[in-house]
Design a protein around this ligand. Structure first.
Ligand code: G3I
Length: 333
């Protein structure tokens, strides 16, 4: 059979982040998914604010629709994400701030109801997302941490495992490839969770990269991640040219336009990411690589950091960029 999309060049799953309402009305986007991906993750549709927008009522429509889409098209569905400070709806924040006992009960019921509903249909979950400080190696002092202590993490994994013993369960975070202190903090947590028999099976590394993050640093970090023995998911890959300040959120526009030379350098970086994954993660731990938005038209980067950037593998017109071909090369050569 003719090799065509990224998936045909890869020995592990390749995925993309999607918004189900957009996919269902954009056949060009759908075509890119079918051609290249064997896995999908929801950018927003499966977050707590989408599933539990108000007290006493779950809203399943978009998640149901995603599950149906993934099953219909034989795509692995990755569940993102059960517990995340930024995904926590306001009402949970308000009620949980006043009542820790309620918050602990809610965490349990929410995870049981949600993971149980899609048992066997969601292959894996980001159980906890971004539980560490932006920089350094300390637990992030979120509502969940402040009210329930660090045990909220172990408990979330246990509830998810009870609800679907077959699902892979991930801890997911960003900057682990560049912030050694943060990586060490997360690795220490993983050791503790494993020592306590907490059912964690995967580490999600977001990989929101910048062109100036050294390949050697990325490689060294990925080697340490793989040494945990957990499945490794590059869960939100993109590569920006401009800078942004993680702590303040603002972006700095260094380049006003993108040149062929820059696109070629980006292609080499994408190639290197695929190579590092293949070379540093043992085959049995290769859970896959997921792109977080895969067109420069749709990238979250530009609105989020108020920037103009070109971080993905398809351009604004949905044509494959040099990055696409660089990544493809890294998958197989
Ligand atoms: O769907 C509504 C739409 O109806 C409304 O008109 C519009 C107006 O603001 O908002 C739309 O919702 C937006 C949603 O994305 C869907 O596009 C939200 O405002 C917006 O906050 C939300 O942003 C998402 C963000 O997480 C917060 O949940 C981004 O798309 C998504 O890319 C981003 O993803 C995160 C990962 O979950 C965790 N790691 C970092 C990554 C990037 O920030």
């Amino acid at each position: 059979e003719e090799k065509k999309g990224l998936k045909d060049f890869s020995s592990f799953p390749i995925g993309g982040a999607v918004e189900i309402r957009q996919v269902l009305q954009d056949t060009a986007l759908e075509a890119i998914i079918f051609e290249n991906f064997t896995s999908i993750t929801a950018t927003s549709d499966m977050k707590m604010y989408a599933i539990a927008p108000e007290e006493g009522n779950y809203k399943w429509d978009r998640a149901d629709s995603l599950v149906a889409f993934s099953q219909r098209n034989d795509l692995r569905l990755f569940g993102h994400t059960l517990v995340w400070h930024s995904g926590t709806p306001r009402w949970v924040f308000q009620k949980g701030t006043e009542d820790s006992l309620w918050l602990g009960d809610f965490l349990k019921t929410y995870i049981q109801d949600y993971v149980g509903r899609y048992k066997g249909k969601v292959a894996a979950w980001d159980v906890v997302n971004e539980g560490f400080d932006t920089q350094g190696g300390e637990y992030r002092k979120t509502l969940w941490y402040n009210k329930l202590g660090k045990e909220y993490i172990a408990n979330a994994f246990r509830y998810a495992h009870e609800a679907d013993p077959e699902a892979d369960l991930f801890y997911n975070d960003f900057n682990l490839e560049r912030d050694t202190a943060k990586l060490n903090g997360v690795l220490k947590m993983i050791e503790e969770l494993k020592a306590d028999d907490v059912p964690i099976t995967g580490l999600g590394v977001q990989m929101h990269l910048r062109m100036d993050i050294p390949d050697s640093l990325i490689r060294e970090s990925v080697r340490k991640m793989a040494a945990t023995g957990l499945k490794i998911h590059f869960s939100e890959l993109d590569i920006i040219f401009n800078t942004h300040d993680d702590t303040r959120g603002g972006g700095e526009q260094l380049y006003s336009s993108v040149t062929p030379k820059m696109l070629e350098q980006q292609a080499q970086k994408y190639e290197m990411v695929a190579k590092i994954y293949r070379e540093e993660v043992p085959v049995s731990q290769q859970f896959g690589i997921t792109f977080w938005d895969f067109t420069d038209r749709d990238t979250w980067i530009n609105p989020f950091f108020d920037l103009k950037d070109w971080p993905t593998i398809y351009d604004e017109k949905l044509e494959p960029k040099p990055a696409y071909f660089g990544f493809r090369k890294g998958l197989s050569e």
